[in-house]
Design a binder for this molecule. Sequence first.
Ligand code: 4NP
Length: 154
Amino acid sequence: MKTTKILFVCLGNICRSPAAEGVMKKLAAGLPVEIQSAGTAGYHIGELPDIRMRSHARKRGYELVSHAQQFNPSKHFEQFDHIVAMDDNNLSDLKAMDKKKQYQHKLSLMTDYSRTMDVHGVPDPYYGGPEGFEHVLEILEDACGGLLKTVDAQ
Ligand code: 4NP
């Protein structure tokens, strides 16, 4: 069975996309799915996820242990089957990095997969309070379930 490779992308790769990675890894445990995350910016390369995101995630049973990496167009477009952006800015940045428009079919928005929540994009929690981190995790738990169904059906 072919392994499906999924890359989650946000801005800094320390809040939303590593949380998506953690939620999806737990949900897809035992399935032929490989998951990573990356940021469109490089400010936090090598860092563990933000301590606030790690602590909110841990309460829900997710250990976030990835180290931040920057999205690399010359490697990641080819390497992954699904490249899932957290918000519209991340998505338009990714579209623009695909200079020859070869990989647009791999790109989507996390909330395209939402099942019960009516949301567009995963809001950046970085400058807000604890409720923002909880909201991110609620959106991700809902949408990762939808993404897994999509991947499973392929
Ligand atoms: P993320 O959140 O894109 O969900 O990882 C952010 C993390 C850091 C910054 C912005 C957003 N920053 O400006 O450093």
